[in-house]
Design a protein around this ligand. Structure first.
Ligand code: ASP
Length: 432
């Protein structure tokens, strides 16, 4: 019964956090596969090790003296190793990186944060270190090579019961290191959990699970006890920054439950993410929102077929390679919602092409829009939710510019002005 436990950067930011991780690992013998991020911030104004590695690379690229950045990185690792009395030869490792720095790729350099953390933690908790480059395999198109990854992980686990794997990177078929998008250690955790058919995937951070709304917007929001993969993906897509969206995608078909837990409060319950959840009593599972969208509203002549006009308009978007977020429509008009920064460089050309489409009578646009997604698996079974939502927003004098609902009725998306985002989220949270 394998549990994969992934510890984020704040859980490994210093020696004190390493000790907490050890206590957590030792509290449950099923926690046999550990995935780590690089040390994160120890306090608000601190630096993440990964950011320092990127900075180091920029110094090297532009030929700027980089010794002081190296020193900063080194001192963080030495601080941890010295305080914990670890023997791993950091001196030799850093001497090597300093000498070889000109020959090391960006991916390899940046991956050293996770690599060294895994080395230190493995020694500290008495687990075997397994390099991610030997077990997490990518194809040259950066897709995970599942069969190779599975084979290698199973081989390693047949030899060693307890292992530590660095997150965030793997390797291409030729052995060169490939890093994932930022926050990618979550994805490593998912890949490992899926490949090993783990019983559970624990994701340890510095908060006790996922909140119903961003605590920077809503004061002390309630915690979500259980959420489906699908609901969480909707929230993550709209900016809820809890778990890498790709990490959920990678694991959801394997149906392995993910537990979001807090390294600083190991006994707290956290949030459970799985395929299906109890219905529970609350109508809304969570609310998330993002600024920076543009809405283009296209009006067609009464006689024209809507399908064909939409088809023409969408072709223009695809020609300019602008992704579409939503297309709410009425009888003679429909809106196309896009991310503002995607459309800005081609805005005028795209608008004039749409104007030229036969049967388009008008195109208007609204920049500076925010989208808010109200997510809840229980919404579809309870009538009157949309009405309650809109009247709560209307009562506060906030103008709704757009409404969309997903096909499975798992979420309602409302568009408001950027400046109304926070107020709208608070209003919805209070109403439900
Ligand atoms: N250390 C990497 C980052 O900061 C990966 C991770 O933490 O998941 O993005």
């Amino acid at each position: 019964m394998i549990t994969v436990a992934k510890f984020g950067g704040s859980s490994l930011a210093n020696a004190k956090q390493f000790r907490k991780v050890k206590e957590i690992v030792e509290a449950d013998t099923n926690r046999s596969v550990i995935v780590v991020s690089a040390p994160g911030k120890r306090r608000a104004k601190d630096n993440k090790i990964t950011d320092l590695f990127y900075l180091l690379h920029a110094h090297i690229t532009y030929g700027v003296d980089h010794d002081h950045v190296f020193d900063l990185i080194e001192s963080r690792f030495f601080g941890i190793a010295d305080e914990l009395g670890l023997e791993f030869d950091l001196k030799q490792a850093f001497r090597h990186y300093r000498e070889e720095i000109q020959n090391v790729s960006l991916d390899e350099l940046v991956s050293r944060g996770e690599y060294l953390t895994a080395r230190l933690l493995a020694e500290f908790i008495g687990y075997v270190f397994v390099d991610a480059k030997d077990v997490i395999c990518f194809q040259y198109n950066s897709e995970v090579d599942w069969s190779e990854t599975k084979k290698r992980l199973l081989d390693v686990c047949a030899k060693h019961k307890n292992i530590v794997i660095p997150g965030f990177y793997g390797s291409y078929p030729n052995g060169s290191i490939h890093i994932m998008p930022r926050g990618g250690s979550d994805l490593t955790g998912s890949i490992v959990a899926k490949a090993l058919k783990a019983k559970r995937y624990e994701n340890w951070t510095d908060v006790s699970g996922i909140m119903k709304a961003d605590p920077k917007i809503v004061n002390h929001p309630d915690k979500i006890k259980e959420i489906t993969y699908h609901e969480l993906r909707e929230l993550s897509y709209m900016g809820a920054n809890v778990l890498h969206e790709e990490a959920i995608r990678a694991i959801q078909d394997a149906n392995i439950p993910i537990h979001m837990l807090n390294t600083n409060a190991m006994d707290e319950e956290g949030t459970l993410i799985r395929k299906t959840c109890e219905n529970g009593s609350s109508i809304i599972t969570g609310i998330a929102g993002k600024k920076g969208f543009t809405v283009l509203t296209v009006t067609k002549s009464n006689a024209a077929a809507k399908r064909s006009v939409i088809e023409h308009v969408l072709k223009v978007f695809s020609k300019f390679r602008v992704n579409i977020e939503h297309i709410p429509s009425s009888i003679d008009a429909f809106s196309v919602i896009v991310v503002s920064k995607d459309i800005e460089p081609v805005f005028f050309d795209l608008m004039s092409e749409i104007h030229r489409i036969e049967d388009v009578t008008d195109v208007t646009f609204e920049k500076d829009m925010a989208l808010i997604s109200v997510v809840g698996r229980n919404m579809s079974t309870k009538p009157g939710i949309a009405g309650k939502l809109f009247s709560a927003i209307g009562d506060k004098g906030i103008n709704i510019n757009m409404i969309a609902q997903s096909s499975q009725e798992i979420n309602i998306v409302v568009g408001v002005k950027n400046q109304d985002l926070e107020r709208t989220i608070r209003t919805i949270y209070d109403a439900f």
